[in-house]
Write a protein that binds this ligand. Structure first.
Ligand code: HEC
Ligand code: HEC
Length: 338
């Protein structure tokens, strides 16, 4: 009888310890829903990338924030720095918060819905939120626009930042301290565990992490490791538009408001201002079958090009940022409102 009792208490003790162990396994690293992805990956043996700035202080991050939002900050010498660009801030083209409701799914229609819900702009370039968790930049068709400049930028977030500061923003190269500050700011905008919407089985895998490779693959499958870019074609026939696609005027209205007007409202980054009057829409519709900047298909798919005399330019929208369907939505809206 006594022996039986002892056996039971040993079993209870072992089970108790197993439970404790499994909890401590989860808690030893203090993971919470706000834990940045890189902490979890580091724990799984994945080294930090070159652009990681885990020890950046608050003052440096704040400088990065100001450079991105205002184009200048107070430098290490205590003086106001020169503007990065006279024409744009980084935030003219890049959001700073999550844009895709499901982070591993590139779906411009879902992104628009999310933008409406959260009151975000719908912009041609990708968000800085999670930019430090990506593994390549200026992907795919961007080489068609920037040629060999994308070779270093594709592999390095620092190089991509320099390319964008100088070329995409019609500005200048960053000084070392400015680049450091912006990298520190990106690092503070990492994806968090709570952003990844884990299923129950994925949570279990993450907590046990018995198979590290599998856990890493699962984790990296939960968000986009790169921002893909396919430059769209113009339709075969302008009047017919993109074949067999019927535009949705309501969605077109949202697009016009959150996308075009983000830059073209009075006081925006473009000198050319649009409004919601039928006159404005008639101008676009009159040009729909003519080649030129007011042709909706051409302006969206090609943008305009910056040159010395005219440094303000419009970035093109790749299909992943504005789909063919959405171009037709915009056209349908303009027609309904003209
Ligand atoms: C006029 C628009 C514009 C401005 C202003 C601008 N960018 Fe960009 N940027 C782009 C476009 C377009 C891309 C193409 C890739 C993407 O983000 O989809 C890009 C890409 C990038 C990338 C690579 C992102 C990726 O995942 O491919 C970085 C990094 C970047 N920009 C940093 C900056 C910084 C820092 C500033 C401010 C100093 C800035 N950009 C200002 C338009 C702009
Ligand atoms: C990131 C800012 C930005 C966004 C977003 C944007 N534009 Fe532009 N757009 C510009 C800039 C800058 C120019 C260059 C003209 C200038 O201001 O000097 C321009 C030029 C144009 C022109 C040519 C005007 C001319 O006379 O040559 C048209 C038309 C136009 N945009 C339409 C649109 C439409 C339609 C949308 C929405 C799908 C849109 N833009 C979204 C910044 C933007």
């Amino acid at each position: 009888m006594g022996l039986q009792k002892k056996k039971w208490s040993v079993v209870v003790l072992v089970v108790f310890c197993m439970i404790c162990w499994s909890f401590s396994e989860y808690e030893k690293d203090d993971f919470s829903e706000d834990t940045p992805i890189s902490d979890v990956l580091l724990d799984l043996g994945v080294h930090l990338p070159e652009h990681a700035r885990p020890n950046a202080d608050e003052a440096t991050i704040k400088r990065g924030y100001e450079l991105v939002h205002n184009g200048r900050t107070i430098g290490p010498d205590g003086k106001k720095s020169k503007y990065i660009s006279k024409y744009f801030n980084c935030t003219s083209c890049h959001n700073q918060v999550q844009e895709d409701p499901i982070l591993n799914t590139i779906d411009p229609d879902a992104r628009l819905e999310f933008a409406v819900e959260k009151g975000l702009k719908f912009l041609p370039a990708s968000t800085f939120y999670g930019i430090a968790n990506r593994e390549s930049w200026y992907n795919d068709d961007y080489y068609k626009k920037y040629g060999d400049l994308v070779i270093p930028a594709n592999k390095s977030l620092a190089e991509a930042t320099q390319l964008c500061a100088k070329v995409c923003s019609s500005g200048r190269c960053l000084e070392d301290w400015e680049l450091e500050a912006i990298l520190a700011y990106y690092w503070s905008l990492q994806l968090k565990l709570k952003d990844l919407n884990f299923s129950e089985s994925e949570k279990t895998l993450l907590m046990n992490a018995s198979d590290k490779e599998e856990t890493i693959a699962m984790l990296k499958g939960k968000y986009a490791l790169r921002s893909p870019a396919t430059f769209g074609e113009k339709p075969y026939n302008y009047l017919e538009g993109y074949m067999s696609i019927k535009g949705n005027a309501d969605k077109g209205k949202q697009l016009y408001k959150l996308s075009c007007m983000a830059c073209h409202q009075a006081g925006g980054v473009s000198d050319i201002t649009f409004d919601y009057s039928s006159l404005t829409f008639q101008k676009f519709l009159r040009q729909i079958d003519k080649s030129g900047n007011y042709n909706l298909y051409e302006i969206i798919r090609h943008g305009t090009y910056a040159d010395k005399g005219k440094p303000r330019y419009m970035p093109l929208y790749p299909k992943e940022r504005l789909s063919d369907q959405q171009v037709e939505d915009l056209r349908a809206y303009m027609k309904s409102a003209s």
